[in-house]
Design a protein around this ligand. Structure first.
Ligand SMILES: Nc1nc2c(ncn2[C@@H]2O[C@H](COP(=O)(O)OP(=O)(O)OP(=O)(O)O)[C@@H](O)[C@H]2O)c(=O)[nH]1
Ligand SMILES: [Mg+2]
Length: 313
């Protein structure tokens, strides 16, 4: 009996000695390469909005992955591009800030040989890596869209641009390669504590997530410059018995855009509202009454004061 107890103690001690790893891992790339899709797939939960249009994500978004032996804090970022207005400048700054104080960077690219903009992106990453010293994993995404043989020149050309710690082909959409990616991420993380409690998937405020869901529906249901001219602000949040009443303002830059978002007899706004409400109800786990107002804030993307008000500072 005593022997068994002794054995039990020894086992406990040895499992306690097993190292626990943790760290901050930024997901960096050009617009539309699948950064937010990757974050959601890794977490098995939607924490970041995704659309087929570039420049969807505007802020850094944290998602926390808990494993038996590690906690990974992933940071989704806006796509790195050449900004044309102040909003774009903010977005690129958000992304480059995510290349500091991290334990690892995942650089994600399309399954194509690098073009000039990709080379520029790699330069940005390299500069930060040399300064702050972190490993970089290159992830080639969307491999479901190409033949295996087409990947070889891609891997080859990217290897010439930088000495990546690993190069991993994946499909964030289909889930291919994600196990290997996670395994490699943990390998490169330092020993460390849990930064977040086990039951937290993201540190975003519910209000922000609601405004993002509304923005996603608008981006999906509109074309041309409209998706980029829109900002959403939740203005009212009232919890009543069995229902939450939420009001939000949708800001556009011009009167004509307001008309397009509202649509014929309000049809477009109605679709946006219905789609957003359904998803928000899923997020909050309760019935929601969603009220949307479309307002014009002229050229808001160029105005520092307005950008600050909308959380883009
Ligand atoms: N076929 C395919 N499509 C993908 C994959 N990953 C992402 N996509 C699609 O690519 C588009 C952009 O995905 P996002 O996750 O929004 O890309 P992002 O890099 O976050 O884009 P920004 O936030 O605009 O910088 C969406 O239509 C996704 O469905 C993939 O593995 N395969
Ligand atoms: Mg994104």
């Amino acid at each position: 009996m005593r022997e068994l107890e002794e054995l039990d103690k020894q086992l406990k001690n040895s499992s306690e000695r097993e190292v626990f790893k943790s760290g901050y891992v930024s997901i960096i790339g050009r617009p539309n390469v699948g950064k937010s899709t990757l974050l959601n797939s890794l977490l098995g939960e939607k924490v970041a909005i995704v659309t087929p249009k570039p420049q969807t994500t505007r802020n850094r978004i944290r998602g926390i992955k808990n494993l038996p032996n590690a906690q990974i804090v992933f940071i989704d970022t806006p796509g790195i591009h050449k900004p044309r207005e102040r909003l774009g400048e903010f977005m690129v700054k958000e992304a480059t800030l995510a290349l500091k104080d991290i334990d690892l960077a995942i650089v994600i690219v399309e399954p194509r040989v690098p073009e000039l903009a990709d080379e520029r992106l790699i330069d940005v990453v390299k500069t930060s890596r040399n300064k702050f010293r972190f490993p970089v994993i290159l992830v080639i995404n969307k491999i479901d869209t190409v033949k295996k043989a087409e990947l070889l020149p891609v891997i080859d050309e990217y290897s010439k641009l930088m000495d990546f710690s690993e190069i991993i082909p994946i499909s964030a959409l289909k889930g291919d390669g994600l196990d290997i990616l996670l395994q490699k991420v943990v390998e490169y993380l330092p020993e460390g504590p849990k930064y977040y409690p086990d039951d937290i998937v993201t540190d975003q405020l519910e209000r922000f997530m609601v405004s993002e869901i509304i923005r996603e529906k608008i981006m999906n249901l509109t074309e041309d410059e409209i998706p980029y001219s829109v900002a959403v602000e939740v203005t009212q949040w009232e919890e009543k018995e069995g229902i939450i009443i939420i009001s939000a303002n949708i800001y556009v830059e011009k009167d004509t855009q307001k008309g397009i978002i509202i649509g014929k007899k309000g049809a477009k706004l109605k679709s946006i509202g219905t789609e957003a409400r359904k998803e928000i109800e899923g997020l909050l786990g309760t019935k929601v009454y969603l009220e949307l107002w479309v307002k014009v804030k002229e050229a808001w993307r160029k105005k520092p004061g307005v950008l600050r008000e909308l959380g883009y500072q």
